[in-house]
Write a protein that binds this ligand. Structure first.
Ligand code: SDX
Length: 393
């Protein structure tokens, strides 16, 4: 099939997409965006630069980066009518529900964006989404807090703007903390793409019907919400808090996991592709120690997480199943230290993953051989039979 190749995984062929965006080697813990190792991008790059790389295929030069930042900055405001959507949500609405609803609704403000084959409109939708998702995310937080929305400012960087729109309140000045700004920029880079994961494949499948970019990204946000995928970072914190409530008894929890009590899993562990280690997990673990140290925050939950990891890495139940920490295991501890509630953790994952979703959508739409996604099935239902009248049943 065009756009799909069959890879023999030893258990019969598995159809797979062809893509030039991200390379993952699950056995050796390798992750590269457009050929650049994630470790170098996280250490030396910036999130908007990484977004440009994923979407355009090359690192931007100084002029290209300045222009990309300028374009994004010009589009950070939301139409005033969009704010009314937030008034309709219940106070305790989950921010991921608000994110996917408002992103889908954005397409109603830009009917000209509905034609995926208009290159200028594709670029404008790309810039609008990158610019407005942080504003939507911050407004979702303000809705939950019952605080007034804070408008974006054009003199701030992407991450600075998001942090100020989220945490600033009219009653006092908001002071940006460079430790938080730098750490969040790095975390967004680490989440920016991961080849054909559940949410990215969702974006590609929805986009393959030639639905517009806003509709495709809204679907990707919904897929990411699941606790087995992006929702895991929230589930990890809830798991650590439940262990803390049980007096920090890590061994008792590990026993529950091994006995598969009520489907209890070690959240933040395991991966469909990484069967050695997730290179992002190592980066995030280092960052957790750095940020918590620089913010002067000791966190009992970090101690519990370290004990869980130490125990699991020695236990045959996890080793035999090739279960190692994934990107979600430590991220929540950093987000919590930054002041985010657990309900916002997956929203932060979405902010990071947005350029990857967009890059894959473009790659598919620009592929002249790409066709509508249509998975086939093996029918396991009843064989043919004749209708039975009601009084015969
Ligand atoms: C992300 O695909 C991507 O790239 C995703 C992602 C990205 O960047 O987009 O990397 C982001 O989603 C990371 C994963 C976050 N999810 C979690 O941390 C949730 C906990 N993890 C699991 O639910 C699970 O490991 C998955 C969903 C991540 C992977 O599932 P698989 O590969 O389908 O593994 P499986 O369900 O077939 O499990 C194999 C065995 C089973 O036991 P047995 O039936 O052999 O006895 O391992 C067990 C599972 O029960 N198992 C776990 C476990 N994960 C798998 N047991 C306990 N704890 C776990 N975390």
């Amino acid at each position: 099939q065009t756009g799909l190749v069959t890879l023999d995984n030893g258990f019969g062929n598995t159809a797979a997409y062809k893509s030039a965006i991200t390379f993952v080697d699950g056995d050796n813990g390798i992750l590269r965006y457009r050929g650049y190792p994630i470790e170098q991008l996280a250490a030396q790059g910036g999130f908007i630069e990484t977004a440009y790389l994923l979407i355009n295929g090359e690192l931007p030069n100084a002029d290209q980066l300045a222009e990309f930042n300028r374009e994004i900055t010009q589009h950070t405001l939301l139409h005033e009518d969009v704010k009314r959507f937030f008034q309709g949500f219940p106070r305790d609405a989950h921010p991921m529900a608000m994110l996917s609803s408002v992103v889908g609704a954005l397409s109603t403000f830009y009917p000209e964006s509905h034609n995926p084959f208009d290159a200028a409109q594709r670029h404008l939708s790309t810039v609008r989404l990158l610019a407005k998702l942080p504003t939507i995310a911050a407004y979702a937080y303000k809705k939950a807090m019952g605080q007034p929305f804070v408008y974006p400012r054009n003199d701030l960087s992407y991450v600075e703007n998001f942090l100020r729109m989220t945490f600033a309140v009219p009653a006092e000045d908001y002071e940006l903390n460079p430790v938080v700004v730098n750490a969040l920029d790095k975390l967004l880079i680490l989440h920016a793409d991961h080849e054909q994961n559940c949410s990215t494949s969702t974006v590609r499948l929805v986009g393959s019907s030639h639905a517009n970019l806003f509709a495709s990204i809204s679907a990707g946000i919904s897929a990411l919400w699941g606790p087995l995928h992006g929702g895991a970072n929230q589930a990890v914190l809830e798991m650590l808090e439940s262990i803390q409530k049980d007096g920090g008894d890590v061994d008792a929890f590990i026993t529950k996991v091994k006995n598969k009590e009520a489907g209890v899993k070690l959240m933040g562990f395991g991966h469909r592709v990484y069967k050695a280690f997730d290179p992002r997990a190592a980066q995030v673990k280092l960052l957790a120690h750095e940020v918590l140290g620089q913010l002067g925050k000791s966190d009992e939950l970090l101690e519990i997480a370290l004990k869980l990891e130490e125990h699991a890495l020695k236990d045959d139940f996890f080793i035999s199943r090739k279960l190692y920490p994934n990107v979600d295991f430590y991220t929540g501890l950093i987000y919590r230290a930054m002041g985010f509630p657990t309900s916002m953790f997956t929203v932060l994952f979405a902010l990071g993953r947005l350029p990857g979703w967009i890059a894959h959508w473009h790659e598919m739409i620009n592929d002249p051989t790409s066709r509508i996604g249509r998975p086939r099935q093996i029918y396991t239902g009843t064989a043919i039979r004749d209708y039975v009248e009601l009084d015969q049943r």
